[in-house]
Design a protein around this ligand. Structure first.
Ligand SMILES: [Zn+2]
Ligand SMILES: [Zn+2]
Length: 240
């Protein structure tokens, strides 16, 4: 399993940190986690096109996690060669309604030549060959989910959340946890800071932790992060 960190930022426009998004490669299967602004361009920068993605998982509907979903699907129809490979998109509760609304505004995102499967994640794991995807709702929006991918090794993506017991359960013993830690110290509803994250890590005990979804507060952070913590940077790559 290989994880490429496409973006580590938030809704605040930044040249250093694009909206949080990740690319998971398992064999020749590719999963895109979230599709915020400019993710399609960011994929190109790292040598991928929309054609390379087999599955998109949307952790919640905020614009910094979904703005490029329509860009992505439009490119599938009107690229140099129209997409023919099937695509699955998974979201939390209400995702079908969200997608229906999006396709009302942008009818051109509906697939022309390929099969599109829209799935709403439930408590039950979603199995694909040797890959298992599990989700749990977390504390941010009604539809917010954290996602775990197991394929020999395991990775958890927290999505946006505040302290969450369900996230602890989901991330128990995982090889890698890529978690939001929006602020080092500031307390903001629906997000984590280092103190709240520490309570989650204590409970879940992941082997490695990468902090992402970083607000500019982090630019002034003078502290030191110790193992297993690592601050994410756009373009970082992790092999598991
Ligand atoms: Zn966000
Ligand atoms: Zn959000």
């Amino acid at each position: 399993m290989n994880i490429k960190i496409l973006g580590t930022g938030t809704s605040i426009p930044s040249l250093k940190r694009l909206s949080s998004s990740y690319l998971v490669t398992i064999g020749d299967y590719r999963i895109l986690i979230d599709a915020g602004p400019s993710v399609v361009r960011r994929l190109l920068e790292f040598g991928y096109t929309v054609e390379d993605i087999d599955l998109i998982i949307i952790t919640h509907f905020h614009v910094d996690h979904t703005a490029d979903l329509s860009t992505f699907l439009f490119a599938c129809n009107y690229g140099i060669k129209p997409r023919q490979k099937p695509l699955t998109i998974i979201g939390g509760p209400g995702f079908r309604r969200f997608f229906k609304g999006l396709s009302k505004i942008y009818p051109w995102i509906m697939p022309n030549y390929y099969e599109l499967c829209i799935k709403v994640m439930s408590m039950h794991p979603f199995e694909l060959n040797d890959i298992t995807i599990t989700a749990r709702s977390v504390n941010h929006n009604r539809e917010s989910i954290a996602v775990r991918i197991d394929a020999g090794k395991s990775v958890v993506f927290s999505g946006d959340t505040s302290y969450s017991k369900r996230l602890i359960e989901l991330a128990k013993g995982v090889d890698l946890m890529i978690t939001e830690c929006s602020f080092p110290e500031r307390k903001v509803k629906g997000h984590l800071n280092l103190a709240n994250l520490a309570r989650i890590i204590e409970g879940a005990r992941p082997k490695r932790v990468i902090l992402s979804h970083l607000y500019p507060d982090w630019d002034d952070f003078k502290g030191v992060l110790h193992e297993p913590y690592l601050l994410a940077e756009d373009g970082m790559e992790i092999g598991l």
